[in-house]
Design a protein around this ligand. Structure first.
Ligand SMILES: [Zn+2]
Length: 271
């Protein structure tokens, strides 16, 4: 996600809140459930919302706020398994959400959890993917193509192709070069910004589709930043849904082009 300097999400208060939210997300929502009680949450709301988790980097030690220690990640996976969380793909969550919007009486599986990872870090290939493959758990990777086979920290296209060959792995769009859209808008006329955003949306999708040969229909906003105008542009560009950051599990009342995801950081305490 690369939280930008000066953004509200960079404050100490927001980081502390993120840890609390992540802790709740990692327990399928069963801890810290709403005041109406754990039983009600488990029997009703649980099939109408699911925590969508977002990971970034993995390493032996946590060098920065976006890096999760590999041992901690493994412990988190064990805990999700011990709690009988049911991993569903992001596309399954979207299909459920679209079915609801179309008037169907659709429900998620109980204790559903969705895994995503952003930015195409190489450690997702080296550390994260083998652990998820062992468990048979699906994940959606949001990448920005300008970094792939280019930035030193990023995966290569052959590595992404290797991952995407697994039907449990989906590679989707994080725009073309991970722009801070709100900052870019401050530098441009409205028309120029509209063209800039449209280009980021379509160039990213077209590049991933061309390189990997599968449809790209989902978007994660860089830095989690968007607004109604950008949401409309994402829909115009053909995206089915777009994902942001937020302090709640994702349910039917969340806007389809600003669906919240829980940021998972190393300071999530499993004790
Ligand atoms: Zn990002």
């Amino acid at each position: 996600m690369n939280i930008p300097a000066g953004a509200p999400s960079n404050s100490a208060a927001r980081v502390g809140g993120a840890v609390d939210r992540a802790r709740r997300a990692l327990t399928c929502g069963l801890v810290g459930a709403p005041a109406f009680g754990r039983a009600a949450f488990a029997t009703t709301a649980q099939t109408h919302r699911a925590p969508i988790l977002v990971f970034h980097r993995f390493a032996a030690t946590a060098m920065d706020s976006m890096t999760l220690r590999a041992a901690n990640f493994e412990a988190q996976l064990r805990m999700l398994a011990n709690l009988s969380c049911r991993m569903i793909s992001l596309s399954e969550w979207v299909a459920w959400r679209l079915a609801l919007a179309a008037g169907a009486d659709a429900m998620l599986p109980p204790r559903a959890v969705v895994l995503t990872a952003d930015d195409g870090h190489r450690s997702q290939y080296e550390v994260m993917a083998p652990l998820l493959r062992d468990r048979g758990w699906p994940i959606t990777l949001f990448v920005y193509p300008s970094a792939i086979s280019n930035a030193s920290y990023a995966m290569t296209w052959p590595q992404l192709r290797d991952l995407a060959a697994d039907p449990l792995v989906s590679v989707q769009s994080h725009m073309y070069w991970h722009p801070n859209l709100l900052r870019e808008r401050g530098h441009m006329t409205p028309d120029a910004f509209h063209r800039f955003a449209a280009n980021q949306l379509t160039r990213s999708r077209d590049t991933i589709e061309q390189r990997l040969g599968h449809p790209v229909t989902l978007l994660a906003w860089p830095f989690g930043l968007s607004d109604d105008g950008l949401a409309a542009q994402a829909a115009e560009a053909g995206y089915q849904a777009a994902f942001s950051l937020g302090n709640r599990s994702a349910g039917p009342s969340d806007p389809l082009y600003a669906v919240p995801r829980h940021l998972i950081v190393d300071s999530v305490d499993l004790g």
